[in-house]
Design a protein around this ligand. Sequence first.
Ligand code: ADP
Ligand code: MG
Length: 729
Amino acid sequence: MSIRQEIINTIARTRFEKVEKPRSLKSIYGINTFNVQSMKEFIKIKTYTAFRQWIDDGKQISSVQADEIAEGMKKWALAKGAVYYTHWFQPMTGLTAEKHDGFISLTAKGVIEKFSGSNLILGEPDASSFPSGGIRTTFEARGYTAWDPSSPAFIIECELGKTLCIPSIFVSYNGEALDKKLPLLRSEEALSGSAVRLLKLFGKKDVKRVKSSCGAEQEYFLIDEKYFRMRQDLLLCGRTLAGAASPKGQQMEDQYFGSIKDRVLNYMSDVTEEAYKLGIPIKTRHNEVAPNQFEFAPIFEESNIAADHNQLLMDVMKKIALRHGLVCLLHEKPFAGINGSGKHINWSIEDNSGNNLLSPGSTPRDNLQFLAIIAAILRAVYRHQGLLRASVASAGNEHRLGANEAPPAIMSVSLGSQLTAILDTVEKKKKVELSKKDIVDLGVGRLPTFNRDMTDRNRTSPFAFTGNKFEFRAPGSAQNISTPVMVLNTIIAESLDYITGSIEERLKKNKKFNDAVLGVIGEFIKESRDICFDGNNYSGEWKKEAAKRGLENEPSTAASFKSFIREDHVSLFKRYKVLSRDELVARHNVWLEMYVKLINIEARTLKEMVDSNIVPSGIKYQGVLAQNLRILMQVSESGLELDKTSLDDQKKHLVDITSMIYFVRRNTQEMTKLLEELKGLSGERKAKAYFEKLKPLMGHIRKHSDELESVLPDDIWNLPKYREMLFII
Ligand code: ADP
Ligand code: MG
């Protein structure tokens, strides 16, 4: 028996039972966060009030107050058993980073624990090895981490120790953003400014702030850890670079929402408990479409916190999996031929009284405001479709977007039939014949009712209106959500501003308010109509139709990044103070480099697998066949009459195997040569060559390797197979 077969037997023989942990939600929720309750316990109420004012109204706290909060946070963390603290931040790579410092300090009186306001507010990790995309030159390599007080500090636990984590931004010496969080925070400011301006126009005089909210549905795969360790590709790249399809995949549609296996349920329960302790409000868990694919979704929160929580959740998911002898795969496409994993970002905007601005209102004026905001969003997506596409671009997500599987790389908006009908009537200024109950009182008496329960749910749309929020479905499962949310916030801020300006202009021309607003909405719809699509986004017809409409369709990750440095986008980000030109160029460079590096690692990993596993297995079998054939020939020569056709068939088998090995090897040699040739290239040119030449070549190697895998004897093949990884858990 091969090691692989032994492993399968071990996994299959292990029984996992449900472990009930009788703990109440209330007793654990948020216990590892420095939340309102712990703040009130550890700092003076006056300081807490000042802190709230800082968060809500931007009124700075004094350094004495900062010291007091730091002291309170330290006491809370020490009481919990933490001896280290770290500024927890999200560099441009999208991962999280931490450098731990001990509370320990030595004095004449002995050892003490020290942590001051300035320690809390500012950290200086040795930042020179984080990618800066050219922002930092070596002589000013310093980068600073600065406390983000709007996101609660938390404690991460491992078996033997605890660490206080302080959510932080990461900036250069000159204050340029080197991370994902600061641009998101800046985009929130932009969005708030523009939305408040529009709301004031609609008579909402006391609105002070608007925030975006986000609920990120997180898809993932789970496989047994033993498989993971036996495959270089999973270990180094997080996805399989070869692997013959399993005859049974997802075609029976028996996995989605199916009953969850005990082993998986144990895992999910453990993740939920850890998440709850960290104040991450997980709400749903279920099986997804592909075998061994699952999803967690939290209750939505303000985007900055949702982004931190999603990063933390991904971390927790990976760590807890190992406790269960599992590996959590967050890659967008761990397995070819079955669904990949995405991260649907549910996005909405809310004013400071908690009113969701994407909910149809109850008064005529509120409905008008609602339609104006929807029209502004349509215009934003239409004008900046390339940016949205770029905001979800990565080497991993390239396997989903624009590949054979949904969603496509074409951005479009699905509004559902009702809302579409309403907007149509506004645009065409026509009266529609509708029964009385369908008429909504917009003060103009010609618009049909919008009934939220009847919103269409077009599952194939990359950007769909779902009742009181938009669902952006293109982001990848491994992605940090900050960038797509930052882009959404910024482009919509611009459109909201523009719509306000347009209405104001019409009002100046003595138009009545309702007419002015409806007129502008109509104009926006007319301009942006091409971005609306309610049909099947996965179909070939849509691709053709979208091309006719002139919509962008960029399947290449690297090429799509260019959107970030397009002149009109540069000035958009600059105008809304979200990102400067340098900051945009830096991001473009860093992400391009990440793309190239990742594909390079994949190619070299594939070569290693071919040389150390795939070809040796093939040759072993070839040897067996050759030996067998020689014996058969000897037998035949010694007088035993063997059927010629059968003998020829045996020969053909050997010839086939030999040619499969040959094709795997030949393509691999070509790939090695190509890698060598492309070595000298850099940046965009290298990325382009990787996309156009290297990736297809890797596909060829895979094809031949998969052919070989499917004909080799089971005990000769060492790499865990698809059917095992996906069905034996
Ligand atoms: P689906 O049917 O697409 O799986 P769910 O009802 O499970 O959708 O909700 C998906 C996510 O949308 C959840 O994280 C939920 O909290 C979030 N969500 C709901 N309402 C809003 C909103 N107004 N703004 C942002 N996110 C929201
Ligand atoms: Mg969804």
